[in-house]
Design a protein around this ligand. Structure first.
Ligand code: ADP
Length: 370
């Protein structure tokens, strides 16, 4: 029989079972190994890393359920299939919970064995395809990020630098028209750079990587720091920034740098879309196991119809000339991505002409057993 490049390990204490499975599988071209107990079976799995492991549930020594669990540890790509003479719903559910993919009640015909093996192989095929698509997607994203930051961002930084030097007058005097045009060009380049920087920030947020770096963070301290940064801009626009201290602890588990970025975006907006002599107030509330941070402004507000789109990438409310303010339309989508990665949420309530409140809900810090 022609080999099919797939391997199976049969773990069963009944010799007749091992022999019949081997006969059927070898006839179909599978490289087949058998073991009469869990311990020997696990050694074979470790050695061969087979596609499929057929495991009897009731065996002396290590039981089938424990064998399945161990297979998942030593060879995560192997698909364990349970064979048993006493299939009950409970044992099937338990086996599935522990990682078994399918169930084959004894006695079975060669055809039934083939069907179940075929299903297992299809699962492997689908899993491998999904895995390679995931890797390919990640690679494309990484290449794109590198391309944007090197091929696009770097030349723009250089162009902005040349404009700065020319506008400073250090390479010779220019007429007023020249200067006006050049400063318009500089402003456009700066907006483009801002957009690219925001886009790069968004593309680099990776939930898995963030969670690995989580530590204890005090929201009160984090927001106080952001207020200090924002104070000069707020003063320039005659906007009063205030933070009310929390009644209890405002500690959460999170990634400090990205949380700073998420809150900075919300606070910048509260200042940017405010009115002269307006105010921004930050306060904390507790609800269930969460801390809610309210960022309340007395600004232009947002019409109800725009609220569902606010967190979409590149969405900006179309406002009359002068009230639009500079921006990429990425700030809120970045904040949402960061808060989502912290298992939190952002809610918005707003009254056009009066102001808006952005409420960030984050789970409270809980001591975990290390
Ligand atoms: P950007 O500020 O760069 O346009 P954002 O994603 O931060 O992008 O915000 C999207 C849009 O939501 C903004 O263009 C603005 O119209 C609206 N917006 C956000 N925050 C506020 C706020 N506090 N008050 C009023 N409008 C806001």
């Amino acid at each position: 029989m022609k080999e099919n490049n797939h391997s199976v390990v049969v773990i069963d204490d009944e010799e007749s079972m091992r022999d019949s499975c081997r006969l059927i599988l070898e006839k179909d071209g599978f490289l087949t190994e058998t073991a009469e107990d869990g311990e020997k079976g696990l050694e074979k799995v470790k050695e061969m890393k087979p596609e499929i492991a057929l495991v009897d549930l009731k065996m002396p020594g290590i039981g089938g359920l424990d064998v399945i669990e161990k297979i998942k540890e030593i060879s995560p790509d192997t698909v364990p299939i349970v064979i048993t003479g006493y299939a009950t719903v409970e044992s099937a559910v338990e086996a599935m919970k522990r990682g078994a993919y399918d169930f084959l009640p004894k006695p079975f015909t060669p055809e039934q064995l083939r069907v179940i093996i075929k299903r297992g192989l299809e699962k492997i095929k689908l899993f491998r395809e999904a895995e390679s698509l995931r890797k390919e997607k990640k690679l494309i994203e990484e290449n794109f990020i590198t391309m944007v930051s090197h091929q696009l961002r770097s030349p723009l930084v250089a162009i902005a630098q040349y404009f700065e030097v020319m506008l400073s007058g250090s390479v010779g005097e220019m007429s007023k028209e020249h200067k006006d045009m050049l400063s318009k060009a500089r402003n456009r380049v700066e907006s483009l750079l801002e957009l690219i920087n925001d886009w790069l920030d968004a593309a680099r947020i990776d939930k898995g990587q963030l969670v690995e770096k989580f530590k204890q963070v005090s929201l009160h301290a984090l927001l106080k720091k952001q207020i200090e940064f924002l104070q000069p801009v707020a003063e320039k626009n005659k906007i009063n920034l205030e933070i009310e201290p929390p009644t209890g602890k405002s500690t959460i588990r999170g990634h400090e740098e990205t949380l700073e970025q998420a809150f900075a975006n919300l606070m910048n907006n509260a200042v940017k879309y405010n009115k002269p002599n307006g105010s921004v107030t930050i306060s904390f509330r507790e609800k269930d196991d969460c801390i809610i941070t309210d960022i309340k402004d007395t600004g232009v507000g947002i019409e109800k119809k725009h609220i569902p789109q606010l967190f979409n990438q590149f969405f900006r409310v179309n406002r009359s000339e002068g009230k639009q303010g500079k921006g990429s339309g990425l700030g809120l989508s970045i904040s949402k991505k960061i808060i989502d990665a912290h298992s939190g949420r952002i809610d918005v309530s707003s009254t056009p002409g009066k102001g808006s409140t952005f409420s960030v809900t984050l789970p409270k810090y809980k001591k975990t057993k290390e």
